[in-house]
Every structure is written in structure tokens, then in C-alpha cells.
Design a protein around this ligand. Sequence first.
Ligand code: SAH
Length: 249
Amino acid sequence: MTRRRWIAENWDEATATLEGAQAEHMIRVLRAQLGEEADVVAGGKVFHSVVALITDGGPGGKAEVRFNLIAEVESEPAMPVTVVMSIFKFDHMEWAIEKATELGVTSVVPVIARRTERHLALAAMKRADRWRRIAIEASQQSRRSDVPLIRDPVKLSDYAKAPSKAKRIVLAEQERSTTLRAALHEAITAAGAEMPELELAIGPEGGWATEEEALFDANGWQAASLGPRILRAETAAIAALAVVASMLE
Ligand code: SAH
């Protein structure tokens, strides 16, 4: 049987602890027992572990599960990909963050694009913590050994100009000549024996504004196509990551 995997909030060399919702779930729903085995992610590494201490804080109290870490287990690294995700309708955006986590991205940068709806842009800052929780849950579910970093929302106009050593690709349905596959092939060849680091920018529901296309162009982003059909933003994100996974992994 595969062991359950938990992502620890705190750890040291020999132990790791779960607190809050994770601890409560483990104690009250799964009825954790002392000596029970689990895989615990601590500091980006996975450890075969056993439950060493259970504190059920009672109603309103602080639940805690402490594990003894026994041995490191080999784990898969994240894909070196950052999704630069224009902020779009929150329910679709949450879905996209969940799926991007399952597909193994390293980080997500929510960006406010020209056509991001104003009320979404205003509410985005307060949403980041919820997006982080979604990423934690999806990491556990997909048995990742780490949790993608979900950055605080930033303006696309600032982010696109900031220096980066990654290969920067902007998905654009207007692009006709370069497919994402071709752009990736180029990046993989240029990186030689190394894994190329990638950034993939996805536009909002209304697409990129003309001045954003110019901004990308002026700052070294390569435009790439996912084919002749117009995809919803969240579909484009997942489709793009599947293409990346098929070429990098
Ligand atoms: N401007 C469009 C919709 C944009 S789709 C309209 O006519 O309403 C939202 C985002 O998904 C785009 O900005 C782009 O990043 C991505 N996207 C959708 N279809 C794509 C395709 N065929 N190739 C590349 N990117 C695509």
C-alpha cells in the first residue's frame, strides 16, 4: 500500500509536525495512531516517517501531529516552470492553479493584465492565501514533494520587464508561425545538458492588449501558439503544461 503523504508545517533534523487543518483531519477523520507510518514532506524532501506524538487540542484547541523522520525517500523534482497567469474569473483561476500544481509547476505568478476585469484585480491580493491553500491541497493529492510558490499578484507591465534567466514564452492565439512545441524545442536545445527554466504567460479571458504584445516583444518574450482554436485561459494553461511535461519529463 502506498503511504499517505503529508506536507509538514515545521520540521527539524529528526522530526516534523503538522498543525491546523491537516492535523485535525489526520486525528479526527483518519484517526491517526501512534506508530502509524506516513510519508512526510519537510523542506522539499520526502521522509518515510512514523507518528510519534498526537495532540488533539479538543474543540477550539491546537491539534498537532508529530512524526519521527526515519529515512529520506526518493522524490520527483518539480518541473522548472513558472506560469505567469493573468487574473481571470476566480473559479476558473482556482481550477487552473489546482491543475498546474498537479502537472508539477514550480511557481505561479498571478498578474494583472490590461484586460483583467477591474473588480478581480482589486480583489486579487486578498485571494492569494486561498490560492496557496489550493496549491497545498493539490500538492498532497498529487503526491508532490513540494508546494508550488504562489506569488502575490503583480502588474503584468512590471513583471514582463523584470529580468529573468528563464526562457520566456507568451501564449498568444494571434501567433501563427511558432508553435509551443517549436519554442520549447529551441529552449531545450539551447540549454544543452541542463533542464531549461521556463516562464509561460497566459492571457486573461479577453486576451492580450496590443500594447502588451509589444511589451512582451520588447522584453525578450517569444510568442507561441497552441493551435488554431481559441482556448479559454484555463484550458490554455493546462494544455501548455501538458506539452511542456511531454517534452521535459
Ligand atoms: N482574445 C480571445 C480570448 C483569449 S483566450 C478572444 O477572442 O476572446 C485567453 C488566453 O489563452 C490567451 O491570451 C492566450 O494566452 C491563451 N490562448 C488561448 N488560445 C490559444 C491558442 N490557440 N494558442 C496560444 N494561446 C492561446
